[in-house]
Design a protein around this ligand. Structure first.
Ligand SMILES: [Zn+2]
Length: 129
């Protein structure tokens, strides 16, 4: 392992406050969903779409929370800031911008390219059909 002089306390603090924010957002979305499921609300068709959006938001917050928590546990294990894919250091700049990043910028960009081309393929199939 190369020399690392990241100020872990700073990241830990940022991660903890992000985790709290996520739990808050998650709770907010959860409340929204429970309101939407009342019988009265279900009579309105548009409510179903709103509810779906709230569920999507919940999933987003939840995924983020998992990332934040896993970054916190990586701090405890001493593996924080190391790319999960290539095991290189993610770099301070990247961690400052995104303390819960699991991949270095190069691996992240590679992963996004794969996702994009997969999405493009699906799009083409739909258009052709
Ligand atoms: Zn990497």
């Amino acid at each position: 392992m190369t020399e690392r002089n990241l100020n872990l306390d700073v990241y830990k603090e940022a991660l903890l406050s992000k985790a709290a924010e996520c739990r808050n957002d998650l709770e907010g979305a959860r409340k929204e969903i429970s309101i939407e499921t009342t019988a009265e609300a279900m009579e309105h068709g548009s409510r179903a779409a709103e509810r779906e959006l709230a569920v999507e938001r919940m999933e987003t917050f939840y995924r983020l929370l998992l990332q934040v928590e896993s970054a916190l546990s990586r701090i405890e294990r001493g593996t924080f800031g190391i790319c999960l894919k290539c095991e290189d250091e993610a770099g301070q700049k990247r961690l400052d911008a995104l303390p819960w990043a699991v991949l270095c910028l190069q691996c992240q960009e590679a992963a996004e390219l794969v996702r994009e081309s997969a999405g493009a393929r699906r799009y083409d199939v739909r258009r052709a059909a």
